[in-house]
Design a protein around this ligand. Structure first.
Ligand code: NDP
Length: 281
């Protein structure tokens, strides 16, 4: 008789897979990055927290201390991922402090809420700068050190929007499809050198992503939307992601709504997905 693989899971003990591991998280000042930081802090990871807003990073660092870390284990490193030239120096700063990096989580990101016909070209440039080039530049700065050690793990927070095109997000979908392609290709290059690459594929997760998204004129959208507000709880999402990263899973889907079924329907029947997405306008 076939056994249910879930029944072979170990009892739910506090996980410690990341204890002592050096993890660098971008976009750590809110949302998914913040929840990952606190979840990994509870496991005893050594954390580097990056984003632009230093005060928010310090708030998250405080939560990591409350979760069990000591001050020597948490580094706040403000970084704008569009500052491509800053990446080598930022990487050296982390290496000076912790000597190596076990896991890089390229999580910083920016979304969009505007129709293509209304959207300034500068909005597309900004989305590609933050969501694609920033991740590539930081990855290229960290990769040589991982290759030298024949060890390391690089991940990126992509999106279901990196697999399926949806209205009001032409630039965001372009950016997330680009990172899916980049990191899948990178994996094929470096896996035999001992480097793991994971793409994280969230559906709707309840964070400030819609609020912070770019509107047609490049200003912040400034509103929440029902899809995001009804999305998966961010701490629950972080636990799914942390479990996937601990297992070295190459592609980590995370979400609880109907949007997750688009991942497999797109493979079986792209036409069905195209018919559904035009109704989402
Ligand atoms: P948030 O808006 O809460 O977080 C975005 C994070 O990115 C913030 O920490 C922000 O920090 C940081 N960030 C934005 N621009 C820059 C920049 N130029 N340089 C450095 N950091 C930057 O949203 P989420 O937590 O939801 O988003 C995290 C990731 O998850 C993103 O990549 C997003 O695309 C992805 N995602 C989210 C989904 C969701 O439903 N929530 C679904 C699919 C994917 P700061 O402003 O301090 O710089």
């Amino acid at each position: 008789m076939l056994k249910n693989p879930l029944s072979r899971r170990k009892p739910n003990r506090a996980s410690t897979e990341f204890k002592g591991q050096v993890v660098w998280i971008t976009g750590a000042s809110s949302g998914i990055g913040e929840a990952l930081a606190v979840g990994l802090a509870a496991q005893g990871a050594k954390l580097v927290l990056s984003a632009r807003r230093k005060a928010e990073l310090e708030r998250v660092a405080m939560r990591c201390l409350q979760a069990g870390l000591t001050e020597v284990d948490v580094m706040v490193l403000p970084l704008d991922v569009t500052d491509l030239e800053a990446m080598p120096e930022a990487t050296n700063t982390v290496l000076d402090r912790f000597s190596h990096i076990d896991l890089l989580v390229n999580n910083a990101g920016l979304s969009q809420r505007s129709l293509c016909k209304d959207t300034d070209l500068d909005v597309y440039k900004k989305l590609l700068d933050v969501d694609v080039l920033g991740q590539i530049a930081l990855t290229k700065a960290v990769l040589p050190h991982m290759l030298q050690r024949h060890s390391g793990h690089i991940s990126v927070t992509a999106s279901v929007a990196g697999k399926v095109g949806v209205p009001n997000r032409t630039g965001y979908c372009a950016a997330k499809h680009a990172v899916m392609g980049f990191f899948d290709a990178l994996r094929a290059e470096v896996e035999d050198d001992g480097i793991k690459v994971s793409t994280i594929v969230p559906g709707f997760i309840n964070t400030a992503i819609a609020h912070n998204a770019l509107a047609a004129n490049g200003e912040a959208y400034g509103k929440d939307d029902a899809y995001i507000e009804g999305g998966m709880d961010v701490d629950e999402a972080a636990q799914v992601i942390i479990r996937g990263l601990a297992r070295g899973t190459r592609e980590i889907p995370v979400g609880k709504g109907k949007e997750m079924s688009a991942l497999w329907v797109k493979r079986i029947s792209p036409e069905a997905v195209f018919r559904i997405t035009r109704r989402l306008r």
